[in-house]
Design a protein around this ligand. Sequence first.
Ligand code: KIV
Length: 271
Amino acid sequence: MSSQNSKTLITINTLHKLKATGEKFVCLTAYEATLANIISKSGVEVILVGDSLGMVIQGHESTLPVTMEDLIYHLKNVSRGNINSHLMADMPFMSYATEDAALSNATLLMQNGAHSVKLEGGRWICDLTNTLSQRGIPVCAHMGLTPQSINRIGGYFVQGRDPNKQDDMISEAKDLESAGASILLLECVPDDLAQKITQSLSIPVIGIGAGASTDAQVMVIHDLLGISCLEQPPKFIKNFLAENDSVQTAISAYVRAVKEQTFPAKEHTFF
Ligand code: KIV
């Protein structure tokens, strides 16, 4: 498989234009070439090589054991299968604990096929975001539920329900935009907070468990295909394979549902 083709690559500019015109865009995780190829052919604008691979591919209980080596291995495979989607790569746990680590690890991801990198955190990643973006590396800042901090948070809970915390999260999101973040990702936050943050920023906001008002949606491919290992899958996921007869049609149905704003529905949303 090759990414050499005549289709135009989706860039950060494309995603910013989609936000400006109000067209929703679609993000999906991938960890290997064949699914990345199908996903890209289905019109998914952003493929995320997420550190969720620690859970869905490696069978760990959290994303913490994922290393740079693991991430690069999966990124290279996805890159070979990708056609023209924007490839976002997660920076693993502690790979951006210092500025030097962030610079060298983000560089490695970009040199191995990423078009942007994703870091988890709020105000504390502003300086790192600035450093990376000043040097030409687009940053997606991941706020809300940040799974790399699961031991501090104490569980996979909805974040930002406290009205005092909400104002702080809105100002953190604005600070990240001012620091140079190109994209924001919000995980597991109430619908009204996601709406306020999305409206306050000019950069696109991707949501997961953040309701329908964000500019884009992201899902873990295993969840979309109904092969979650969890006994009780979270309410924000939808098994698209259940209503479709192939992986290809399930992914296309997800793309359509996000674009037509039928997913996420109320039953997938936290209020
Ligand atoms: O690692 C991942 O797949 C993610 C998504 C759940 C947003 O960060």
